[in-house]
Write a protein that binds this ligand. Sequence first.
Ligand SMILES: Nc1ncnc2c1ncn2[C@@H]1O[C@H](COP(=O)(O)OP(=O)(O)O)[C@@H](O)[C@H]1O
Ligand SMILES: [Mg+2]
Length: 223
Amino acid sequence: MPALEMTDVRKTYRSGDSEVVALDHASLTLGDDEILALVGPSGSGKTTLLSIAGGLLTPTEGSVVVGGEEISALDAKRLTRFRRERVGFVFQAVNLVPFLTARENLLVVAELGRRDGRAARRRADALLDELGLSDRAGSLPAQLSGGERQRVAIGRALMNEPALVLVDEPTSALDTKLGEQVMELITSEVKSRSTAAIIVTHDTRMTHYADRTIEITDGVLVA
Ligand SMILES: Nc1ncnc2c1ncn2[C@@H]1O[C@H](COP(=O)(O)OP(=O)(O)O)[C@@H](O)[C@H]1O
Ligand SMILES: [Mg+2]
């Protein structure tokens, strides 16, 4: 079963009197363990596509099926649960909770009920270790470097074992070497779990980490 099937998705935004077409007839099938790089200039619709795939935004038209489930049919409560249980987001503004430590930022997303506190703590510690953050587990986001914050965000995204990982420009705020390390880390974490991922980047040097690359220009996907 594909991780994601988008069919003829269109998204428009109202902006004053005019209408902005952010995505136009976008169709995309993502294999269940495939890593896709989505490349395009600023304003081309990359974040819109990720947001729609992850159920953060509703398409104006078209269908979005994630793991066999049509997500536009979900009510608000089910959509929230879908996002929490099935999707791992690593978005551009690394929005860690500022007053929680690195470890607490992972624990805060642990599914309530599904995992007891001890299992969640064990998983958070294992992820922090894998990401090379064991000795930073007790640090607040403000005490971490940009690269470290990015790694905490990756750990948080993987915490609930998502089927689909969505990553928005993970390297844009990092220098080339650190960017390479972060890409390497994201793709190896995703590969070792046989999870699907879409990684948005405007840096074509990063696309070799992906199985496939798709370009987007003015809201239109080009294989
Ligand atoms: N909330 C919004 N309201 C109006 N226009 C928006 C909104 N979000 C994005 N857009 C517009 O939609 C287009 C695609 O934006 P976006 O998906 O953020 O592109 P990218 O991530 O590739 O930079 C741009 O023209 C942008 O200005
Ligand atoms: Mg964007």
